[in-house]
Design a binder for this molecule. Structure first.
Ligand code: UGA
Ligand code: MN
Length: 301
Protein backbone atom coordinates (compact mmCIF):
# COMPACT_ATOMS: atom_id res chain seq x y z
CA UNK A 1 0.00 0.00 0.00
CA UNK A 2 2.75 2.44 1.07
CA UNK A 3 4.84 1.43 -1.93
CA UNK A 4 1.90 1.92 -4.26
CA UNK A 5 1.31 5.36 -2.79
CA UNK A 6 4.95 6.29 -3.25
CA UNK A 7 4.99 5.05 -6.82
CA UNK A 8 1.91 7.10 -7.55
CA UNK A 9 3.53 10.25 -6.10
CA UNK A 10 6.69 9.68 -8.11
CA UNK A 11 4.66 9.18 -11.24
CA UNK A 12 2.61 12.37 -10.68
CA UNK A 13 5.77 14.36 -9.95
CA UNK A 14 7.47 13.00 -13.05
CA UNK A 15 4.42 13.76 -15.15
CA UNK A 16 4.13 17.36 -13.84
CA UNK A 17 7.82 18.13 -14.38
CA UNK A 18 7.74 16.76 -17.95
CA UNK A 19 4.59 18.73 -18.72
CA UNK A 20 6.12 21.96 -17.38
CA UNK A 21 9.25 21.29 -19.41
CA UNK A 22 7.19 20.78 -22.53
CA UNK A 23 5.17 23.96 -21.96
CA UNK A 24 8.38 25.95 -21.36
CA UNK A 25 9.96 24.58 -24.54
CA UNK A 26 6.87 25.40 -26.57
CA UNK A 27 6.71 28.94 -25.19
CA UNK A 28 10.34 29.47 -26.06
CA UNK A 29 9.82 28.16 -29.55
CA UNK A 30 6.90 30.55 -30.03
CA UNK A 31 9.01 33.49 -28.88
CA UNK A 32 11.92 32.67 -31.17
CA UNK A 33 9.50 32.25 -34.00
CA UNK A 34 8.08 35.70 -33.48
CA UNK A 35 11.53 37.37 -33.46
CA UNK A 36 12.96 35.65 -36.43
CA UNK A 37 10.35 36.26 -39.00
CA UNK A 38 7.69 34.19 -40.61
CA UNK A 39 7.62 32.75 -44.06
CA UNK A 40 3.90 33.05 -44.51
CA UNK A 41 4.00 35.14 -47.62
CA UNK A 42 3.52 32.95 -50.67
CA UNK A 43 4.80 32.32 -53.18
CA UNK A 44 8.48 33.02 -52.48
CA UNK A 45 10.68 33.49 -55.51
CA UNK A 46 14.10 32.21 -54.52
CA UNK A 47 15.58 32.98 -57.94
CA UNK A 48 15.14 36.71 -57.25
CA UNK A 49 17.63 38.62 -55.07
CA UNK A 50 16.10 39.30 -51.66
CA UNK A 51 15.40 42.92 -50.80
CA UNK A 52 16.31 43.57 -47.14
CA UNK A 53 14.39 46.65 -46.05
CA UNK A 54 15.66 48.23 -42.82
CA UNK A 55 13.07 50.41 -41.09
CA UNK A 56 13.71 52.40 -37.91
CA UNK A 57 10.50 53.05 -35.98
CA UNK A 58 9.47 54.55 -32.64
CA UNK A 59 6.38 54.57 -30.45
CA UNK A 60 3.93 57.40 -31.10
CA UNK A 61 0.23 57.80 -31.86
CA UNK A 62 0.57 57.27 -35.61
CA UNK A 63 3.01 54.34 -35.44
CA UNK A 64 0.56 51.54 -36.15
CA UNK A 65 -0.99 53.50 -39.01
CA UNK A 66 2.45 54.06 -40.57
CA UNK A 67 3.44 50.41 -40.17
CA UNK A 68 0.13 49.29 -41.65
CA UNK A 69 0.61 51.42 -44.74
CA UNK A 70 4.18 50.25 -45.16
CA UNK A 71 3.49 46.55 -44.60
CA UNK A 72 0.62 46.55 -47.05
CA UNK A 73 2.92 47.96 -49.70
CA UNK A 74 5.60 45.37 -48.91
CA UNK A 75 3.08 42.51 -49.16
CA UNK A 76 2.99 43.20 -52.88
CA UNK A 77 6.77 42.90 -53.28
CA UNK A 78 8.14 39.40 -53.91
CA UNK A 79 11.19 38.17 -51.99
CA UNK A 80 11.28 41.00 -49.45
CA UNK A 81 12.62 40.63 -45.89
CA UNK A 82 11.60 43.42 -43.53
CA UNK A 83 14.06 44.29 -40.76
CA UNK A 84 12.16 46.45 -38.29
CA UNK A 85 14.31 48.15 -35.67
CA UNK A 86 12.49 49.78 -32.79
CA UNK A 87 13.97 52.82 -31.08
CA UNK A 88 13.36 51.36 -27.64
CA UNK A 89 15.06 49.41 -24.87
CA UNK A 90 12.69 46.46 -25.47
CA UNK A 91 10.56 45.07 -28.23
CA UNK A 92 7.10 46.54 -27.70
CA UNK A 93 3.95 44.42 -27.69
CA UNK A 94 2.34 46.62 -30.31
CA UNK A 95 5.09 46.07 -32.89
CA UNK A 96 5.56 42.38 -31.95
CA UNK A 97 1.88 41.57 -32.47
CA UNK A 98 1.75 43.73 -35.55
CA UNK A 99 4.62 41.88 -37.22
CA UNK A 100 3.32 38.44 -36.26
CA UNK A 101 0.11 39.18 -38.12
CA UNK A 102 1.67 41.10 -41.00
CA UNK A 103 2.11 38.12 -43.32
CA UNK A 104 5.63 39.34 -44.14
CA UNK A 105 9.03 37.74 -43.71
CA UNK A 106 10.53 39.87 -40.96
CA UNK A 107 13.20 40.28 -38.31
CA UNK A 108 12.30 42.31 -35.24
CA UNK A 109 15.15 44.16 -33.54
CA UNK A 110 15.43 47.05 -31.10
CA UNK A 111 18.02 49.51 -29.87
CA UNK A 112 17.35 52.75 -28.01
CA UNK A 113 18.81 56.05 -29.19
CA UNK A 114 20.96 57.36 -26.31
CA UNK A 115 19.22 60.19 -24.46
CA UNK A 116 21.82 62.81 -25.45
CA UNK A 117 21.28 62.00 -29.12
CA UNK A 118 17.50 62.24 -29.01
CA UNK A 119 15.59 65.33 -30.11
CA UNK A 120 13.96 67.08 -27.16
CA UNK A 121 10.43 68.52 -27.24
CA UNK A 122 10.61 71.79 -29.16
CA UNK A 123 13.97 71.10 -30.85
CA UNK A 124 13.96 71.76 -34.60
CA UNK A 125 14.04 68.37 -36.32
CA UNK A 126 17.25 69.09 -38.24
CA UNK A 127 19.24 69.39 -34.99
CA UNK A 128 20.00 65.68 -34.61
CA UNK A 129 19.70 62.84 -37.07
CA UNK A 130 17.07 60.18 -36.35
CA UNK A 131 17.10 56.44 -36.88
CA UNK A 132 20.92 56.21 -37.03
CA UNK A 133 21.50 53.63 -34.28
CA UNK A 134 18.57 51.62 -35.60
CA UNK A 135 19.90 51.46 -39.18
CA UNK A 136 23.31 50.44 -37.84
CA UNK A 137 21.64 47.71 -35.77
CA UNK A 138 19.98 46.40 -38.95
CA UNK A 139 23.39 46.36 -40.67
CA UNK A 140 24.89 44.47 -37.71
CA UNK A 141 22.14 41.85 -37.96
CA UNK A 142 22.76 41.35 -41.66
CA UNK A 143 26.49 40.96 -41.14
CA UNK A 144 26.03 38.44 -38.35
CA UNK A 145 23.26 36.44 -39.94
CA UNK A 146 23.80 36.37 -43.68
CA UNK A 147 26.67 34.38 -45.03
CA UNK A 148 28.96 36.51 -47.18
CA UNK A 149 29.46 33.88 -49.88
CA UNK A 150 28.57 34.07 -53.52
CA UNK A 151 24.97 33.18 -52.74
CA UNK A 152 24.49 36.42 -50.80
CA UNK A 153 22.51 37.86 -53.67
CA UNK A 154 20.45 40.71 -52.31
CA UNK A 155 19.82 44.38 -51.82
CA UNK A 156 19.71 46.59 -48.73
CA UNK A 157 17.31 49.53 -48.62
CA UNK A 158 16.68 51.95 -45.74
CA UNK A 159 12.98 52.73 -45.67
CA UNK A 160 11.73 55.20 -43.07
CA UNK A 161 8.30 54.35 -41.72
CA UNK A 162 6.52 57.50 -42.92
CA UNK A 163 7.53 57.71 -46.60
CA UNK A 164 5.40 56.56 -49.55
CA UNK A 165 6.85 53.86 -51.80
CA UNK A 166 5.78 52.84 -55.28
CA UNK A 167 5.94 49.08 -55.98
CA UNK A 168 7.97 49.88 -59.10
CA UNK A 169 10.80 51.21 -56.91
CA UNK A 170 11.56 47.72 -55.57
CA UNK A 171 11.92 46.24 -59.04
CA UNK A 172 14.24 49.12 -59.99
CA UNK A 173 16.57 48.37 -57.08
CA UNK A 174 16.42 44.57 -57.19
CA UNK A 175 19.45 44.03 -59.47
CA UNK A 176 21.70 46.63 -57.82
CA UNK A 177 25.40 45.78 -58.33
CA UNK A 178 26.95 48.28 -55.89
CA UNK A 179 24.75 51.31 -55.20
CA UNK A 180 21.71 52.33 -57.19
CA UNK A 181 20.11 55.77 -57.02
CA UNK A 182 16.91 57.59 -58.05
CA UNK A 183 15.05 60.82 -57.25
CA UNK A 184 12.98 61.36 -54.10
CA UNK A 185 9.84 63.50 -54.24
CA UNK A 186 8.81 66.22 -51.78
CA UNK A 187 12.12 66.45 -49.98
CA UNK A 188 14.56 69.18 -48.94
CA UNK A 189 12.03 71.92 -49.60
CA UNK A 190 11.90 70.90 -53.28
CA UNK A 191 9.42 69.16 -55.59
CA UNK A 192 12.07 66.49 -55.86
CA UNK A 193 15.80 65.98 -55.38
CA UNK A 194 17.92 63.47 -57.20
CA UNK A 195 20.91 62.56 -59.33
CA UNK A 196 21.41 64.20 -62.72
CA UNK A 197 22.36 61.68 -65.42
CA UNK A 198 24.30 62.36 -68.62
CA UNK A 199 25.16 59.56 -71.03
CA UNK A 200 24.09 56.95 -68.52
CA UNK A 201 26.28 58.27 -65.69
CA UNK A 202 25.50 60.37 -62.62
CA UNK A 203 27.36 63.65 -63.12
CA UNK A 204 25.91 65.78 -60.30
CA UNK A 205 22.92 66.11 -58.01
CA UNK A 206 19.83 68.26 -58.25
CA UNK A 207 19.39 69.60 -54.71
CA UNK A 208 18.45 72.88 -53.09
CA UNK A 209 21.11 72.67 -50.42
CA UNK A 210 24.88 72.12 -50.32
CA UNK A 211 25.34 70.23 -53.58
CA UNK A 212 29.01 69.90 -52.61
CA UNK A 213 28.18 67.18 -50.07
CA UNK A 214 29.84 63.90 -51.15
CA UNK A 215 26.41 62.29 -51.68
CA UNK A 216 23.60 64.85 -51.45
CA UNK A 217 20.99 62.08 -51.39
CA UNK A 218 18.09 61.37 -49.09
CA UNK A 219 18.03 58.05 -47.23
CA UNK A 220 15.14 56.97 -49.47
CA UNK A 221 17.12 57.70 -52.64
CA UNK A 222 19.58 54.80 -52.79
CA UNK A 223 20.00 51.05 -52.22
CA UNK A 224 23.17 49.03 -51.86
CA UNK A 225 23.93 45.46 -52.79
CA UNK A 226 24.03 43.04 -49.88
CA UNK A 227 27.45 41.86 -51.02
CA UNK A 228 28.88 45.38 -50.74
CA UNK A 229 27.49 45.69 -47.20
CA UNK A 230 28.92 42.34 -46.15
CA UNK A 231 32.32 42.95 -47.72
CA UNK A 232 32.70 46.34 -46.00
CA UNK A 233 31.97 45.56 -42.37
CA UNK A 234 33.12 49.01 -41.23
CA UNK A 235 30.53 50.89 -43.32
CA UNK A 236 27.93 52.44 -41.02
CA UNK A 237 26.01 55.65 -40.38
CA UNK A 238 27.76 58.26 -38.26
CA UNK A 239 25.32 59.95 -35.88
CA UNK A 240 27.84 62.72 -35.26
CA UNK A 241 28.01 63.80 -38.88
CA UNK A 242 26.81 67.34 -39.51
CA UNK A 243 23.27 67.81 -40.76
CA UNK A 244 22.77 66.35 -44.23
CA UNK A 245 25.93 64.25 -44.14
CA UNK A 246 24.57 61.07 -42.54
CA UNK A 247 23.92 59.35 -45.87
CA UNK A 248 27.41 60.38 -47.06
CA UNK A 249 28.98 58.92 -43.91
CA UNK A 250 27.71 55.50 -45.00
CA UNK A 251 28.25 55.76 -48.76
CA UNK A 252 31.73 57.33 -48.69
CA UNK A 253 34.23 54.53 -49.07
CA UNK A 254 31.62 52.20 -50.58
CA UNK A 255 31.20 53.85 -53.95
CA UNK A 256 32.17 56.84 -56.08
CA UNK A 257 29.76 59.13 -57.91
CA UNK A 258 30.84 57.65 -61.27
CA UNK A 259 29.97 54.15 -60.07
CA UNK A 260 26.39 54.99 -59.03
CA UNK A 261 23.76 53.05 -60.97
CA UNK A 262 20.96 55.40 -62.07
CA UNK A 263 17.49 53.82 -61.93
CA UNK A 264 13.92 55.03 -62.53
CA UNK A 265 14.42 55.84 -66.21
CA UNK A 266 17.79 57.53 -65.73
CA UNK A 267 16.52 59.30 -62.63
CA UNK A 268 13.65 61.01 -64.41
CA UNK A 269 10.81 59.29 -62.49
CA UNK A 270 9.78 59.85 -58.88
CA UNK A 271 8.89 56.50 -57.27
CA UNK A 272 9.30 57.42 -53.60
CA UNK A 273 7.99 60.42 -51.70
CA UNK A 274 9.33 61.87 -48.50
CA UNK A 275 5.85 62.29 -47.02
CA UNK A 276 5.54 63.25 -43.39
CA UNK A 277 2.57 62.54 -41.20
CA UNK A 278 0.96 65.31 -39.21
CA UNK A 279 1.06 64.81 -35.46
CA UNK A 280 -2.57 64.25 -34.35
CA UNK A 281 -4.01 66.79 -31.93
CA UNK A 282 -5.32 65.26 -28.73
CA UNK A 283 -7.05 68.29 -27.21
CA UNK A 284 -10.46 66.69 -26.84
CA UNK A 285 -9.03 63.42 -25.67
CA UNK A 286 -7.12 65.21 -22.93
CA UNK A 287 -10.18 67.20 -21.90
CA UNK A 288 -12.25 64.03 -21.62
CA UNK A 289 -9.45 62.22 -19.81
CA UNK A 290 -9.47 64.97 -17.19
CA UNK A 291 -13.10 64.04 -16.52
CA UNK A 292 -12.33 60.33 -16.47
CA UNK A 293 -14.09 59.90 -19.84
CA UNK A 294 -11.06 59.32 -22.12
CA UNK A 295 -11.00 56.64 -24.84
CA UNK A 296 -10.62 53.05 -23.66
CA UNK A 297 -6.88 52.48 -23.17
CA UNK A 298 -7.34 48.78 -24.02
CA UNK A 299 -8.22 49.70 -27.59
CA UNK A 300 -4.99 49.71 -29.59
CA UNK A 301 -4.75 52.54 -32.08
C1 UGA B 1 14.73 62.98 -42.86
C2 UGA B 1 15.38 61.87 -43.69
O1 UGA B 1 14.53 61.50 -44.75
C3 UGA B 1 15.63 60.67 -42.77
O2 UGA B 1 16.11 59.58 -43.52
C4 UGA B 1 16.59 61.10 -41.72
O3 UGA B 1 16.79 60.04 -40.80
C5 UGA B 1 15.99 62.26 -40.95
O4 UGA B 1 15.60 63.33 -41.83
C6 UGA B 1 17.00 62.84 -39.99
O5 UGA B 1 17.11 64.04 -39.87
O6 UGA B 1 17.66 62.07 -39.33
P1 UGA B 1 12.42 62.99 -41.42
O7 UGA B 1 11.08 62.78 -42.03
O8 UGA B 1 12.79 64.35 -40.98
O9 UGA B 1 13.51 62.43 -42.43
O10 UGA B 1 12.66 61.97 -40.18
P2 UGA B 1 11.67 60.93 -39.51
O11 UGA B 1 10.83 60.28 -40.55
O12 UGA B 1 10.98 61.60 -38.38
O13 UGA B 1 12.68 59.84 -38.93
C7 UGA B 1 13.42 58.96 -39.75
C8 UGA B 1 13.23 57.51 -39.27
O14 UGA B 1 13.72 57.39 -37.94
C9 UGA B 1 11.76 57.07 -39.25
O15 UGA B 1 11.65 55.75 -39.73
C10 UGA B 1 11.38 57.16 -37.79
O16 UGA B 1 10.41 56.21 -37.38
C11 UGA B 1 12.72 56.89 -37.09
N1 UGA B 1 12.83 57.56 -35.77
C12 UGA B 1 12.49 58.87 -35.63
C13 UGA B 1 13.30 56.85 -34.68
O17 UGA B 1 13.62 55.65 -34.80
N2 UGA B 1 13.40 57.48 -33.46
C14 UGA B 1 13.04 58.79 -33.28
O18 UGA B 1 13.15 59.29 -32.13
C15 UGA B 1 12.58 59.50 -34.39
MN1 MN C 1 10.18 60.99 -42.38
Amino acid sequence: MRLRFKLKTVFILYFTVSLLGLIYALMHLGKLHSLQGHTKKEPTKPHLPTIYVITPTYARLVQKAELTRLSQTFLHVPQLHWIVVEDSSQRTDLVSHFLEHSGLVFTHLHIPTPQDRKLQEGDPNWLKPRGVEQRNEGLRWLRENIWAGETAEGVVYFADDDNTYSLQLFEEMRWTQRVSVWPVGLVGGMRYEGPVVEQGRVVRFHTGWRPSRPFPLDMAGFATSLRLVLRNPEARFDGNSPMGFVESSFLQGLVTMEELEPKAEMCTKVLVWHTRTEKPKMKREEALQAQGLGSDSKVEV
